[in-house]
Design a protein around this ligand. Structure first.
Ligand code: 13P
Length: 264
């Protein structure tokens, strides 16, 4: 397998910039002590906008291998859009990734498919990688249309992308019923969804793009379930909410991911 695993913490609206700085320092110490190999497992944090500059300064000063990004982005590049932050501004702050279409953004903000496509384009145009979140609610799962639904969300966003653009995408399968609930998907459920998403990318683009696409699982990930989930052939890492607020727990998940994906 050539796909580099990615463990990404989505801090949502938690931690001010001082707390964020302290967390990143502590995470870097913990992983240095554990001789964590960043060249075999990527680690990224998605703080609020207000912490990005502090994290950039720390990462650059200490030459840390931890990557970081934002939780959303404006679809426009500049102008009279009060409260928005542009993709170029994020790129200037050294962001590698931007989460796009998180279920909490889809729910609490008017982010529909058209807006999400535009965010993906804005992120790509600024030279960063979008982490596109998809996933069904409990209702769709009850109706047995969960795979159609999640793949449909990927389809809606990738329809107008070129192969070159699609190759930069990362998809996070985050079933809404598993987000923040403690009800983690079983390894089979995560694998089935990841495999269906990869199959769609294969048919829409090519074998190569499908094989290179990183698909993360998100929803109540912890050190108790990470090992089994990452053991699935199409699960390439995690997008972690609650467990990413605990530095020791996040370091444990990162180490488990590295261990599981570098065996043999
Ligand atoms: P939890 O890990 O808290 O379920 O959140 C998942 C999530 O929304 C990551 O984006």
């Amino acid at each position: 397998m050539t796909r580099m695993p990615l463990v990404a913490g989505n801090w949502k609206m938690n931690f001010d910039h001082l707390e964020a700085t302290y967390f990143v320092q502590k995470l870097a110490w913990l992983l240095r002590d554990a001789k964590f190999d960043y060249s075999r497992c990527e680690l990224a944090l998605m703080p609020t906008f207000t912490s990005l500059r502090s994290i950039q300064v720390l990462v650059e000063a200490d030459n840390l291998k931890i990557r970081y990004g934002a939780q959303t982005v404006s679809v426009t590049s500049q102008g009279a859009f009060t409260g928005d932050v542009s993709a170029d501004m994020l790129a200037q702050l050294g962001c590698t990734y931007v989460i796009v279409g998180h279920s909490e953004r889809r729910k609490y903000h008017p982010e529909d498919d058209a807006n999400i496509v535009d965010q993906v384009r804005a992120v790509l145009a600024a030279g960063m990688q979008p982490i596109l979140c998809v996933g069904e609610s409990y209702e769709e799962r009850r109706q047995g249309i969960e795979l159609e639904f999640a793949v449909g969300q990927v389809k809606d966003v990738t329809r107008d992308l070129s192969e070159e653009e699609a190759a930069k995408l990362i998809v996070a399968y985050e079933p809404v019923w598993a987000v923040g609930t403690g009800m983690v998907a079983t390894p089979d459920v995560a694998q089935d969804a990841a495999s269906a998403i990869r199959a769609h990318i294969r048919s829409a683009f090519s074998d190569r793009t499908a094989e290179d696409l990183r698909i993360l699982y998100g929803g109540s990930v912890s050190s108790k379930n990470a090992q089994e989930l990452i053991g699935q052939p199409d699960v390439d890492g995690f997008l972690i909410g609650g467990a990413a607020l605990d530095v020791e727990e996040l370091a444990r998940i990162a180490r488990l991911t590295l261990k599981a994906t570098t065996r043999g």
